[in-house]
Write a protein that binds this ligand. Structure first.
Ligand SMILES: [Zn+2]
Ligand SMILES: [Zn+2]
Ligand SMILES: [Zn+2]
Length: 191
């Protein structure tokens, strides 16, 4: 772990005003690294930290990024390129064009959408959280089903997909990327 990573990790630990040993009323430890907890949740509780905390190379720049942060990092690249210029076959995990497949697992419980991909930058994210814009999730680029043909497409590719595959259809609102999101991603990518 480099010093910058360590700094990032430390800055992710919440500051608590309670006295040592940081126990809650029930005596459970309060001192929790949220990112690691999220990786564990993403992995269905199996806690495969190495897979989600591992640094992997970005295919669009020279940076190494933690796997679980790559989707948002790539979204930053796509916004910088301009979402109007996105190719309909751009992979939301790695940003490469025409290299990776994406679909939904059909054994999903209670209708939950669980994406699957052969991308080397793939990781299992929580679909609902990833598709909702928030301070912790600055990109809602997730695989979605095309309302016109049923194909699994990344949200950021939807406009291009409609432009090429469904010329006469209007792009439905659910594929709209808000200005707020675009602005947040511009900021993320600069940092
Ligand atoms: Zn990059
Ligand atoms: Zn990919
Ligand atoms: Zn379609």
């Amino acid at each position: 772990m480099g010093s910058k990573d360590l700094k990032d990790t430390l800055s992710g630990i919440p500051f608590l005003s309670a006295k040592i040993p940081y126990l809650d009323k029930k005596g459970n430890p309060n001192f929790i690294c949220k990112q690691v907890t999220d990786y564990m949740k993403d992995k269905g509780g199996r806690g495969d930290k190495s897979r989600f905390g591992d640094l992997i190379p970005c295919h669009l720049c020279t940076k190494s990024i933690r796997r679980a942060l790559m989707r948002v990092h790539v979204a930053g690249h796509l916004v910088q390129q301009g979402l109007d210029a996105v190719d309909p076959y751009t992979c939301g995990y790695c940003g490469r064009v025409g290299q990776c497949s994406v679909s939904f697992k059909d054994n999903s419980r209670r209708g939950a959408l669980v994406p699957m991909s052969n991308c080397s930058s793939q990781y299992d994210f929580r679909y609902k959280a990833a598709s909702t814009f928030s301070a912790n999730n600055k990109s809602t680029n997730v695989p979605m089903l095309c309302t016109s043909c049923g194909l699994c497409i990344w949200k950021y590719n939807a406009a291009a997909h409609f432009r090429t595959a469904h010329v006469t259809d209007t792009v439905p609102d659910q594929y709209t990327v808000t200005t707020e999101e675009v602005d947040a991603l511009k900021f993320v990518f600069k940092a």
